[in-house]
Design a binder for this molecule. Structure first.
Ligand SMILES: Cc1cc2nc3c(=O)[nH]c(=O)nc-3n(C[C@H](O)[C@H](O)[C@H](O)COP(=O)(O)OP(=O)(O)OC[C@H]3O[C@@H](n4cnc5c(N)ncnc54)[C@H](O)[C@@H]3O)c2cc1C
Length: 416
């Protein structure tokens, strides 16, 4: 059996190692198009904050790991998949045959269609090469504008602030992290950032990037509803989309990502998908969803590999789950944090101390959580959601005082 994996990120690496372990006789080849050893994008902010060296981002730090594990590596880009002949075309090398294929190509950043945004000095923060470029210009005191304050944007914000830059954040939505936090929580994060010296402009869209300013900055960022922003460096974090263009014409069904079934198999037999590139399922709703986070990439990579060897391991779907540290303020959201029609909720807000808990219920089950400035035992909230624990009379108690979640957990899950 010849297994080919496209993409050497967390999903691809976990899949390759799982295949090697389960099928010692098969050929396993991992094809990745980046020049560095396989690395973790989520470690990039630590590199930017000077907390680790570049090598600290590597998924497998031992050089020769893949060779020694009997996993073949090809550094090249796959340009097309012929599912009838089961071959992959490469940009530089000779075609690769496969019996089972995994698409684990992750996602790539999007840029809004704004004039001047393709200038030299405007960077995404997605690859190690992006991070090197950002590190070059994000020096203490330099004027840096971050466009986009979503989950990834706020992670980058933290890293840039640690570099001592003069930071401005522009977000089109009406609050920070709009797809992870409600109005109150997003508003509190903004207030927190402003108090820490970051200029945050929400409900603001950029309309153009012009070269040079009177103030001597490299660029001037023009916005629809605020003053122009002089910037030495512009970092774009305005969303991502799966890297699946090379599948055009392959017969593999795609929507936003590669459509998979519960066994991570695509519409063409023998082809599987995992990680950011696949359109899987939401654990709660069962609907198609892309959960572009590393734990889901690792889990789907491992499960896809098991299914590629002939095991039948069903994927239950990903739980929306985000933890963010924005300049020391911890924000957490799990599951259906925005609530559901006909559901109930309980909220606790302490604006002065930047503390907020919002719990969402359906019937007598907890289905979603936002927690800001609260970290103690928050894992139990996730446990209550994932175990679909019936709360009984604890639902009313939690609606009245959401901070009693640990008490509820102990009473319901570990009764005396
Ligand atoms: C700055 C930053 C911070 C993040 N922080 C977090 C965090 O705190 N928590 C979290 O859970 N997630 C975080 N993420 C998201 C997380 O990194 C991704 O969800 C994860 O990397 C997805 O893994 P993957 O293996 O699916 O894809 P990727 O890691 O993107 O790997 C895919 C690989 O495939 C390669 N590839 C693409 N097309 C081809 C082709 N045609 N041929 C060959 N190779 C190809 C790509 O170049 C890439 O190397 C962060 C991401 C960034 C950028």
């Amino acid at each position: 059996m010849r297994y080919a994996i496209i993409g050497a990120g967390p999903a691809g690496v976990l899949a390759a190692e799982t295949l090697r372990g389960v099928d010692p006789e098969g050929d396993v080849v991992l094809i990745g198009d980046e020049p560095e050893p396989a690395y973790s994008r989520m470690a990039i902010p630590y590199y930017l904050a000077n907390e680790i060296e570049e090598s600290g981002t590597y998924l497998r730090p031992e050089s020769g790991h893949f060779d020694e594990s009997g996993i073949g590596s090809i550094r090249d880009r796959v340009t097309a998949v012929n599912t009838a002949k089961r071959t992959l075309s490469l940009e530089k090398g000779t075609p690769v045959d496969y019996d089972r294929l995994l698409v684990a190509t992750g996602s790539r950043p999007l840029r809004p269609p704004v004039e001047g945004l393709n200038r030299d000095g405007v960077h995404n923060c997605w690859t190690l090469e992006d991070a090197r470029q950002i590190a070059r210009y994000a020096q203490p005191g330099s004027r840096v504008t971050l466009v986009g304050a979503g989950f990834i944007g706020c992670i980058i914000l933290e890293a840039l602030a640690k570099r001592g830059v003069k930071l401005t954040v522009v977000e089109m939505g009406d609050r920070m992290v709009p797809r992870m936090m409600d109005q109150r929580a997003g508003g509190l994060i903004k207030k927190w950032c402003i108090a820490k010296g970051v200029d945050v402009r929400t409900s603001t869209a950029i309309t153009a990037v012009e070269q040079g300013t009177q103030a001597g900055a490299r660029f001037q960022l023009i916005c629809d509803s605020s003053e122009p922003i002089p910037s030495d460096l512009i970092v774009i974090a305005t969303g991502v989309r799966p890297c699946i263009d090379f599948l055009r014409g392959s017969g593999i069904q795609t929507a936003r990502g590669v459509i998979i079934d519960r066994y991570l198999q695509a519409s063409v037999p023998g082809v599987y998908a995992a990680g950011d590139a696949c359109e899987g399922f939401d654990w709660y709703t069962g609907e198609r969803a892309i959960h572009a986070i590393q734990p889901v990439a690792a889990e789907t990579g491992r499960m896809a590999a098991l299914n590629m060897t002939g095991a039948r391991v069903a994927y239950g779907g990903g739980l929306a789950m985000n933890v963010l540290d924005t300049l020391g303020l911890i924000a957490i959201s799990f599951g259906q944090w925005m609530g559901v029609t006909g559901g109930d909720s309980g909220r606790l807000l302490d604006q002065e101390r930047f503390r907020y808990i919002s719990l969402q219920f359906q019937d007598d089950r907890l289905i979603g959580v936002i927690a800001l400035g609260v970290t103690e035992h928050v894992g139990v909230l996730r446990g209550l959601i994932q175990c679909r624990t019936r709360l009984g009379r604890w639902k009313q108690r939690l609606m009245a005082d959401p901070s009693r979640y640990m008490e509820a957990y102990l009473a319901l899950v570990q009764p005396a």
